[in-house]
Design a protein around this ligand. Sequence first.
Ligand SMILES: [Zn+2]
Length: 214
Amino acid sequence: MRQVNKGFSPRKFKKYKEAEPFLEERIGRYCSYCEMKLDNVPAVEHKVSKSEGGDELAWSNLLLSCFYCNSHKGHRVTAINKDEFLWPDEDDTYHVFSYKQMMPILDEKYLRTQSQEIRQKAENTYHLFRFDIDCKSWMRDRRIICRNEARNLAIKYLKSLNEHVDDRTEYIACIVDLAKGYGFFSTWMAVFYNEKDVKEALVYAFPGTDIVSY
Ligand SMILES: [Zn+2]
């Protein structure tokens, strides 16, 4: 889950939907949780539900979300249990999950270096958004299909990257453009794990990415 920095609140909002263009500009038109490209109108998302004590207009309570993540999350996050989860604009959400395979999983190697509290929060977050959705549900949850499309494309471009010795910089720029078009930042980062210059270009290209080590 891409860790993001939204920056300071751009202004006071009278309606939460007014935050949409600012969120889009600061962190890109992607679901803050599954990283899917939001092709139509990005949905402003309340981390703590309005009905569960969440501040409707507070910049700190707003992110962007796809239909699937928003639906799985429902009203399960309250003002009381909010800190039992990890949030991409507050915590290191990038290293706790692994995107090396088709489905995101908990990054056990990383989590072994972390406290039990972080592990529990990572597990809670993983289940909150149903990143563990079972095979039977695949066809109803387009996050998996779309992520796999992006992954296959990334693998294809990784294979041909080494043929582009003379125009590597230009080729990386094309890869980054594709990645931005498809979304799923962490999947691209995982496929190009051994290509530091590609990862660096991805980090800079996706707005608001806030990852210190990658
Ligand atoms: Zn999503």
